[in-house]
Structures are given as structure tokens and as C-alpha cells.
Write a protein that binds this ligand. Structure first.
Ligand code: ATP
Ligand code: ZN
Length: 223
């Protein structure tokens, strides 16, 4: 691939992370031109551009070198590393960004008593995170069926296609609406700045260092 002389950061095109990610970059002194529904946003002052994509595509784009960094949920980054990204270049969380907080949790129908993960033995658990759920079950020696669904995981128990779910939870409102109860947390998540585990040592590496310094300043001020 042709070396790029501008830094490219992938972020979610439209969703929960879009506004706060753009806000954070603005506070780092980066401004962009062109509307947000386009693929690219070009940096005005600094040689830093944005690539606007679905959040699920961000880790793969970093691994392929299409972009240098990405702003993505820890849940998406960790799942990628355990599944599609296995055997590829290692990715790392360079900073946690303090927004997009949620947890990846197991929830069961309200009437089921739950003491610990062994209760899930033999159950079918619906999730969009088969990598993280599979690892969590293995670590606990629990043999359960993992039903991978792309979305609407919370309705699976009512449909009878699963006995429990493993999904992202923020307020818990969706669970209650589906007569489910959160019983175990697999992962505490928030948006992170993701990048290759080994950062480049060329000019782009210098730009990344500068961005990390500015982020640290902005994050400290906010805290
Ligand atoms: P895309 O079209 O980019 O694939 P999406 O529907 O997968 O969008 P969003 O629902 O916008 O994504 O969520 C993006 C990220 O926001 C999640 O991966 C997660 O890290 C975080 N998040 C915070 N709270 C929640 C929540 N209650 N439900 C889902 N995601 C949440
Ligand atoms: Zn997504």
C-alpha cells in the first residue's frame, strides 16, 4: 500500500459514538470540512482525516492499514481480536475515552434464579458477541450453546430461540421491557482509541504521539 502522509482516523459514521468522538477531536484542536454523511472528512488545519464507517468495520480497517487509528467501543475491538482478527496484526487500546459507556452482560428471564455461570450449563445463549461470550464460558468451564444473532438479541428468549442472552446494557430499560434480568457482567465497555499494538516510527508515528498528548490534556481537563 502507498504510504500516506496524512493521518487517518476511522470513526462511526452515524450512531452513539459519532457526536462525542467528533467533539473530542474538536477539543483536541482538530477541525474537519465536508458533511458527516460522506466517507471522508478532511482535516482543515492539520494533516489528519476521518474515515466514516460502521463501527464493526473499524478494527479490520486498522488491521489492514487502511487507517491508522480508530474510535470504537471496547466491546467491538475485543470481539474482533477474539474472532476475525485472530492471527492478524495485534491491535491495542491506546486510550480510553470516557464516553459510550455500557457493559456486555448476561441476562436471563426474570423468573430464573441465578447464582453463578454454572446455571447456564446446557442453555442456548443468544449474542452478537460469540467470541467474548465463548471465552467467558470456557474460562468458567460452562458448556452452553452460543446462538449468534446480528441484532434484536433481547427478543430471542421470547421467541423461544434462546434461553438467555448476552448483550450490551446501558440503563437496563431494554432488558426490563423484554422481561429479562441482568445477572453477570462480562465486560465494562467505553469508547477507546484503537490502533496497531506497534505504532509506526515514521512521520505518522510522530503525528500519533502528538494526538495522544493532546488527548491526554483534554481528557485530564474533563476529569
Ligand atoms: P453501526 O451502524 O455503526 O454498526 P451500531 O448499531 O452497531 O452502529 P450503536 O448502537 O450506535 O452501534 O453503538 C455503538 C457503540 O456504542 C457500541 O458498540 C457500544 O460500544 C456503545 N454503546 C453504549 N451504550 C450502548 C447501548 N445501550 N447499546 C448498544 N451500544 C451501546
Ligand atoms: Zn455496529
Amino acid at each position: 500500500m502507498k504510504p500516506r502522509d496524512r493521518l487517518r482516523i476511522a470513526m462511526q459514521k452515524s450512531g452513539r459514538l459519532t457526536e462525542p468522538a467528533l467533539d473530542l477531536l474538536n477539543r483536541c484542536g482538530l477541525t474537519f470540512r465536508q458533511s458527516r454523511d460522506k466517507l471522508f472528512c478532511f482535516g482543515e488545519g492539520e494533516p489528519v482525516d476521518l474515515l466514516l464507517v460502521r463501527d464493526d468495520d473499524i478494527p479490520g480497517l486498522i488491521a489492514q492499514g487502511v487507517c491508522d487509528l480508530g474510535i470504537v467501543g471496547r466491546n467491538v475491538l475485543s470481539e474482533y481480536s477474539l474472532t476475525a482478527g485472530m492471527g492478524g496484526p495485534a491491535l491495542a487500546e491506546w486510550r480510553s475515552l470516557g464516553f459510550g459507556r455500557c457493559r456486555l452482560s448476561v441476562a436471563v428471564p426474570q423468573e430464573i434464579d441465578y447464582v453463578d455461570a454454572t446455571q447456564l450449563q446446557g442453555m442456548r445463549i443468544a449474542t452478537s458477541y460469540p467470541g467474548l461470550l465463548g471465552e467467558w464460558l470456557r474460562e468458567r468451564g460452562v458448556d452452553a450453546g452460543v446462538v449468534t444473532l446480528a441484532g434484536s438479541v433481547e427478543i430471542a428468549p421470547r421467541l423461544g430461540t434462546a434461553d438467555a442472552i448476552c448483550d450490551l446494557v446501558q440503563s437496563g430499560g431494554t432488558l426490563v421491557a423484554n422481561q429479562l434480568r441482568e445477572v453477570d457482567v462480562l465486560l465494562e465497555s467505553e469508547a477507546v482509541l484503537a490502533g496497531p499494538a506497534v505504532l509506526p516510527t515514521d512521520e505518522r508515528g510522530d503525528m500519533i504521539d502528538l494526538l495522544l498528548k493532546r488527548l491526554d490534556g483534554v481528557i485530564q481537563v474533563r476529569e
